[in-house]
Design a binder for this molecule. Structure first.
Ligand SMILES: [Zn+2]
Length: 220
């Protein structure tokens, strides 16, 4: 089945039809915040959202050999962005499959997964698809989505690990939280859009985030 909602084309099965509208309502509302953050315009070509109701097929589809090589395949992936023949596709595990893992049993979390991937789409376009550090990509995605807002902040890697893609999203989220709580919008946007500026600022941001965490822990 296929459904058109604003700039999205949604591909799904009968089993998903009862909750698509609920998820998309949340996505449409929150997408505008992402667009405003990047000072962008609504995505002009359609973004596809494909729901998968078979976990094994889904995994086979989203995991590439380069992901395996770089060891960046999460144990339980629930969503991933792909570019297929110039089409942007957000692949998503259906509720039927997600709910088998009790941690992922909320429909609201499916909207968050879509929003996380949308941040990556708008961010890549805002920086002209330039290569950049992973920490800023995930700091923006986890804060603008927002995914870890109910959890304690932490930064338990050293600076070298951070810039070598330590892969701990909570560290990235915490760096992002420092930025959003303390820094000017245009400064964060410059970090997002200018990889050279980002490299020059990263070490300072890392230690500022550590200080910020110390402060928060002291006032508790
Ligand atoms: Zn991400």
């Amino acid at each position: 089945m296929e459904k058109q909602i604003r700039n999205f084309t949604i591909i799904y099965k009968e089993i998903d039809s009862s909750y698509i509208d609920i998820i998309m309502q949340e996505v449409l509302k929150e997408e505008l915040k992402i667009i405003n953050f990047f000072k962008a315009k609504l995505h002009n070509s359609p973004i596809y959202i494909k729901f998968w109701d078979n976990k094994e097929e889904f995994k086979k589809h989203i995991v590439t050999s380069s992901d395996i090589k770089k060891n960046i395949v999460p144990n339980n992936p629930c969503g991933k962005l792909a570019k297929i023949d110039d089409k942007l596709v957000i692949n998503l595990l259906s509720y039927k499959e997600r709910s088998k893992k009790n941690k992922l049993d909320e429909i609201a979390l499916m909207a968050t997964t879509i929003l996380h991937e949308l941040v990556h789409i708008y961010h890549a376009e805002a920086r002209g698809h330039k290569k950049t550090l992973l920490w800023i990509k995930e700091a923006l995605a986890t804060n603008l989505a927002p995914q870890y807002s109910d959890q304690d902040l932490k930064l338990n890697c050293d600076y070298k690990d951070l810039i070598n893609d330590c892969q701990d999203y909570k560290n990235y989220y915490t760096m992002g939280r420092y930025l959003f709580d303390n820094c000017d919008h245009n400064y964060i946007l410059e970090l997002a859009n200018n990889p050279i500026f980002l490299v020059n600022e990263s070490e300072n941001i890392f230690y500022k985030t550590k200080e910020y965490l110390n402060q928060i822990n002291k006032t508790r």
